[in-house]
Each structure stands twice: as C-alpha cells, then as structure tokens.
Design a protein around this ligand. Structure first.
Ligand code: R5P
Length: 295
C-alpha cells in the first residue's frame, strides 16, 4: 500500500498506478497551536510505501516520523520512503566551525525510521553515494537528467547543454550522453543566498539553442547568472531544465528577466513548470526494492 499526503496527491497517484499498488491518503489535522494529528488507514499491510517529497522539509520530517511509527504500530514490517526530493543534501560539511552537517544528520534520522529510501538526484558533492548517508536502510537513487534530456531534444533543434556549476557535471554528462549532445560546465562561486558569480566555459554558444540544466533551482540566481552571460554571448535561445523545482518567491521572474525562455522540470516537486513524470522510474525502483528485500 502506498500512503501519501494530500498536497502530493497527483504525483503519488501516478506512482501508485505505475506500480499497480493500492493508495490511500493520510488524513492530517493541524491544531490551533500548530501541532499535527495524522490518521492512517486503520489496517495496513506488511509492506508500506510512504510517498513524501521533502521540499519545505522541517514540517514534513515530523509528519514522516509520525506516519512511519504509526504504520509500524498498525502492522507494517517493511517501510519504503519515496522522497523524490531529498532535503538538506547541500549542507554536506561544516563550512565554518560549529555548523551542523545537516546532510549526515538527516540521512541518519531517515534511516532509523524506514527500511528503504528511493530518491532522485540527491545533491551529493563531497559524499559519493546516498547509501553512505543512510547506513541503516537500503537506498536507490534515480536521475531526472535522462528524461529531461528526452524532453529537450523534442523541444529544441541541436541543443547545447550548459551546467551552471561544477556539481552539475554529473547530471549534464548523463543528459548529454543520452542523445549525443554538446555540453559544457560553468564555474560558480556562491557567497550568499542571493549572491552568485558564474563564469562561462570557453565554448562558442553564438546562434545555439542553449539549455541550462541543473539538479535544483531555488532562488533562481544560479540559472539567472548563467543566462545573463549566455545572452551576452549571443545564444539563439536560452531555456532551463531542472529536476527539482524548488523555486522560492521571485525565482521565475528573476530567471525570465535574465533571458530564460522556457523552464522545464520533473514532478519531483509539484510546480507549474513540471513537464515530465518520474512515476515509471519510481515504480521500477519500488520493484527493485521488493526483489532485494524478498517481498
Ligand atoms: C547547488 O550547487 C545546486 O546544484 C544549485 O545550483 C543551487 O542549489 C541553485 O540554487 P539557486 O537557484 O538558489 O541559485
């Protein structure tokens, strides 16, 4: 049985259909003081999948804790978390002494409440694999880069992919390889939430249909900084494709003002820019977990 929360009903139901599983919505009530009360179906089977993408994670991790423990009390023996967006992955070291290494703490927390985790393009930079972050659970990592690449070649002639920073190389390389596309990667220095400096790589983008591809857009500053340079370098068109459409307020306006035409994203995070569904790949990952765990 797949359990989901009301605000992610569309993506969860698509996954339930692709995986051929029954699905039920977890009922959630918020008390006047802000606390939550959850209600799951009165009986759950031995194998339960919790669908919770972890954008706006602070609340959602408490929900997950309550839901996972309740599912166990109601009879679940094996819990799989499908979190297409995995939160807190960018804080992967103490950049100044005393900072919490959130990536590690969140990974450990999740691995104590579920048996398996499926996620998409987690922002792994200084850590090689998701499995290292969730020692007590099994991890399956998928990518949105290839299905975004499929979409890009349908929408643009002879596109060139540009990654806005070094971390994006892993996704750009996969997306480019799938359709034999030209690609290059910028360098970026971030000095604050809204302060980024990007430098273009030495490639000729004049007259090319350029697509900036990244795992995440949040403030949109990274995409906007790259777009301004591409516009100045006479790119014929500039579009953006991201796996995770976090999009803080003003992000879309900021990117458009910098010259970005279309914005395409996967449905890992529900957003009007969603163009491709992760459901078929997530369903296959669920089958893989089932085989591995003898379900
Ligand atoms: C970081 O390296 C990520 O890959 C993204 O480039 C970053 O999170 C985008 O953030 P923003 O949209 O706020 O510039």
């Amino acid at each position: 049985m797949l359990l989901y929360f009301h605000d992610q009903q569309d993506a969860a139901e698509k996954l339930a259909e692709a995986a051929d599983m029954p699905a039920a919505c977890i009922d959630s009530h918020r008390f006047p003081d802000g606390e939550l009360k959850l209600r799951l179906p009165a009986q759950v089977p031995q194998r339960v999948v919790l669908y919770r993408s972890l954008d706006n994670p602070n609340e959602k991790m408490v929900e997950l804790l309550l839901a996972a423990q309740t599912a166990r009390v109601l009879g679940a023996r094996h819990l799989t978390l499908v979190a297409p967006y995995m939160a807190y992955m960018r804080q992967d070291m103490a950049f100044t002494p005393g900072e919490a290494i959130s990536q590690r703490i969140v990974g450990q927390f999740l691995s104590t409440i579920v048996n398996a985790i499926i996620t998409v393009d987690p922002h792994l930079h200084r850590v090689a694999t998701m499995q290292e972050l969730v020692p007590g659970a099994s991890a399956v990592v998928l990518t949105g880069a290839e299905i975004l690449s499929d979409l890009i070649v349908q929408r643009r002639e002879r596109p060139m992919l540009i990654g806005p920073d070094a971390e994006s190389r892993q996704w750009i390389a996969q997306a480019a390889k799938r359709h034999g596309l030209d690609f290059a990667v910028c360098t970026k220095v971030r000095s604050g939430d809204h302060a980024v400096q990007v430098a273009l790589p030495p490639v000729d983008v004049a007259g090319r249909a350029v697509v900036i591809l990244d795992d995440i857009a949040s403030t949109g500053q990274t995409v906007a900084a790259a777009a301004r340079l591409l516009r100045a370098a006479d790119a014929a068109s500039i579009d953006a494709a991201v796996t995770h459409a976090l999009f803080a307020p003003q992000a879309m306006e900021r990117m458009r003002a910098a010259g970005v035409g279309e914005v395409w994203s996967t449905d890992c995070i529900a957003h009007p820019s969603n163009c491709v569904s992760m459901a078929p790949l997530l369903a296959e990952a669920l089958r893989q977990i089932e085989r591995q765990s003898g379900g």
